[in-house]
Design a protein around this ligand. Structure first.
Ligand code: NAD
Length: 494
C-alpha cells in the first residue's frame, strides 16, 4: 500500500525518504504486511519546519481572497482523487469502503470548501473610538508555523481538521499523522501542491510519537502545537509545549453518553445508539459508549439494540455489503476484548457481541453490555471499540447526572420529545456538543471540541480561527496636540 516509492515524507512540495528507521505497515483487515514505510529523522523535521517558516511570510501576506482561491482549487483537485483516497483510507484503517467513500472523503472536501469561504470572513471584532481622540481596531494575524499531530481513526479528516483552519488563517504547517496511517495525509499534501498551493505551506513528517512527535512539539520555531489524540498524550504535549511557552490546542478522548428519557421514541433511540456506537467500529471520539435509559424503556431498548447489533455484517471492509470493517490493529482489538472480558468477570452481562469472529484481521463484533457498575472501568474509561454499555435510571436529574459522571466531556445525546427537557439536557450536560434525538452528525459550519478531560479548542467552523490567530489591538491617535491630556498623569506639560 506504499503511497510512493519516493518516500513517506512530504517536505517543501516534494516527497522524500525519511532518514529515520523503517517500519512494516500491516493491513488490519487482512493481517498482511502491505508496505514498509520510512520514518522521518530529526533532520527531516528540521527541514519541514524550515520550509514552513520560509513559506510563512508570503502565504500569510496573501489576501484572504487569494488564499481562498487556492483552497477552492485544492478541493477540486482532492475530489478528482476521491477513489484513490477512499481505497487507501480503507486499506490503512480497516474501515468499511462505505465509510471511506460516503463519509471520510466527502467530509474532507466539504471541510476544504468551508474554509475557502471562511478565509474571506476572518475579521477583527472591534472598531471604535474607545479612548477619546483615537480609533482602536483589531487585527487578526496568523501565528506562524503550526506543528500538528493527528490520530489514526479518521486519518484524512483529521489532517483536514488540523490543516485547513491553520492555513486558511495564513499559517503554515507541519503535520505528523499517526505512524499507523500516514498514506492519505501524504496524498493530501501532494494534492495541495498539484492545486498550486505554494511549497512549504503544508508539510508532512511521519513516524512515532516519541521521536518525530516530540521533536515537532519541542521545536522552538513551531509557534503552536495542535493535537488530536488520547488524553494521556495530550497532557504530555502540554508539558512539552510549556518548555517553549507555545500555544496548545488539544482535541482529546471521549466517553459520550446517550440519554434516553421516559417519553423517547425507543425505536429511534435504538437505531441512534447502534449507529452511534458502531460508526468507524466505535473508534470515534464522539461515539455513543454509555446509554442511560429510563427504567420503563430499558428492556425494550436493550432487546432492540442487541437485535440490530446481531444483524450487522462484520467482515471484509471492501465488500459493499459490509457494515463494519476491522479495528485498527490486532493489539487494539485485544485491548477492547480484554476490557469486555474484565467487565464480564465483574458480573456484567454481554447481550450482544463480545467476541471476535474467526477472521484473520482485527475484527470485533458490535457489543452491548448491561449490569456494569457506574464506577467500573467499562463505564468510565475510553474503550475506542464497538462497545455500548446500557444502564437504567429513574429520574430525569439522575439521567443527566450519570451522563456527566466521567472525566470526559466531548459529546452527548439526549432523546426526548419534551422541548423543556431537551433544553435542560442541552444546558446541563457538560460536553462540547449535545445532540437532541440524534447522535454523530457533524458539519463543517459548527465547532467540534471538548469540555473537561476531552481537551479545549475547537476544530471546524469559524470558531477554530480563535485557535489559529493572534488578536492584535491597533490604536491610531488623531489627537494633534504634542502633549496629550492623559500624559499629565505621568508628567505635567511644560
Ligand atoms: P494517541 O494519543 O496514541 O496518538 C495520537 C498521535 O499522537 C499519534 O500521531 C501519535 O504518534 C502521537 N503521539 C503519541 N505519543 C506522543 C508523544 N509523546 N509526543 C508527541 N506525539 C505523540 O491516540 P490514537 O490512539 O492515535 O487515537 C485515538 C485517540 O484519539 C482516542 O483517545 C480518541 O478519543 C482521540 N481522538 C479525539 C478526537 C477529538 O476530536 N477530540 C478525534 C479523534 C480521536
Amino acid at each position: 500500500m506504499s503511497t510512493t516509492s519516493q518516500g513517506n515524507q512530504y517536505i517543501n512540495g516534494a516527497y522524500r525518504v525519511g532518514s529515520g528507521p523503517t517500519a512494516e505497515r500491516i493491513n488490519p483487515a487482512t493481517g498482511v504486511v502491505d508496505s514498509v514505510i520510512d520514518y522521518a529523522g530529526t533532520g527531516d523535521v528540521e527541514d519541514a519546519v524550515a520550509a514552513a517558516a520560509a513559506a510563512f511570510t508570503t502565504w500569510s501576506r496573501l489576501t484572504p481572497g487569494a488564499r481562498s482561491d487556492f483552497l477552492l482549487a485544492f478541493a477540486t483537485e482532492l475530489a478528482s482523487r476521491a477513489g484513490q483516497l477512499a481505497a487507501l483510507e480503507t486499506a490503512q484503517t480497516g474501515k468499511s469502503t462505505r465509510m471511506s467513500t460516503e463519509f471520510d472523503v466527502p467530509g474532507t472536501i466539504d471541510n476544504i470548501n468551508f474554509f475557502a469561504g471562511a478565509a474571506r470572513n476572518l475579521q477583527g471584532q472591534a472598531s471604535g473610538d474607545y479612548a477619546g481622540n483615537s480609533t482602536s481596531m483589531i487585527r487578526r494575524e496568523a501565528i506562524g508555523v503550526i506543528g500538528s499531530i493527528a490520530p489514526w481513526n479518521y486519518p484524512l479528516q483529521m489532517a483536514a481538521w488540523k490543516i485547513l483552519p491553520a492555513i486558511a488563517a495564513g499559517n503554515t504547517i507541519v503535520l505528523k499523522p499517526s505512524e499507523l496511517t500516514p498514506a492519505t495525509s501524504l496524498i493530501f499534501a501532494e494534492a495541495a501542491t498539484a492545486a498550486g498551493i505554494p511549497d512549504g505551506v503544508i508539510n508532512i513528517v511521519t513516524g512515532s510519537g516519541r521521536e518525530v512527535g516530540e521533536t515537532l512539539v519541542r521545536h522552538p520555531q513551531v509557534a503552536m502545537s495542535s493535537f488530536t489524540g488520547s488524553t494521556a498524550v495530550g497532557r504530555r504535549i502540554m508539558e512539552m509545549a510549556a518548555e517553549t511557552g507555545k500555544r496548545v490546542h488539544l482535541e482529546l478522548g471521549g466517553k459520550a453518553p446517550l440519554v434516553v428519557f421516559a417519553d423517547a421514541d425507543v425505536e429511534a433511540a435504538a437505531h441512534g445508539a447502534v449507529a452511534g456506537s458502531t460508526i468507524n467500529a466505535g473508534q470515534d471520539c464522539t461515539a455513543a459508549t454509555r446509554a442511560y435509559v429510563h427504567s420503563s424503556l430499558f428492556g425494550k431498548f436493550t432487546a432492540r439494540v442487541a437485535e440490530l447489533m446481531d444483524a450487522m455484517v462484520v467482515g471484509d471492509p471492501t465488500d459493499p455489503d459490509t457494515d463494519m470493517g476491522s479495528l485498527i490493529s490486532l493489539a487494539h482489538r485485544d485491548k477492547v476484548a480484554s476490557m469486555v472480558e474484565r467487565a464480564r468477570q465483574s458480573g456484567a452481562n454481554v447481550l450482544a457481541g463480545g467476541l471476535a469472529p474467526q477472521l484473520p484481521g482485527a475484527f470485533y463484533r458490535p457489543t452491548l453490555i448491561t449490569g456494569a457498575a457506574q464506577d467500573s472501568e467499562i463505564v468510565q474509561d475510553e474503550i475506542f471499540g464497538p462497545v455500548l454499555v446500557a444502564l437504567p435510571f429513574e429520574t430525569d436529574e439522575q439521567g443527566i447526572d450519570l451522563a456527566n459522571d466521567t472525566p470526559y466531556g466531548l459529546a452527548a445525546s439526549a432523546w426526548t420529545g419534551n422541548v423543556n427537557l431537551a433544553m435542560r439536557a442541552a444546558a446541563q450536560i457538560q460536553a462540547g456538543c449535545v445532540w437532541i434525538n440524534e447522535h454523530i452528525p457533524i458539519v463543517s459550519e459548527m465547532p467540534h471540541g471538548g469540555y473537561k478531560a476531552s481537551g479545549f479548542g475547537k476544530d471546524m467552523s469559524s470558531y477554530s480561527f480563535e485557535e489559529y490567530t493572534n488578536v492584535k489591538h491597533v490604536l491610531i491617535s488623531h489627537d494633534t496636540d504634542v502633549h496629550k491630556a492623559w500624559q499629565d498623569t505621568v508628567f505635567k506639560q511644560r
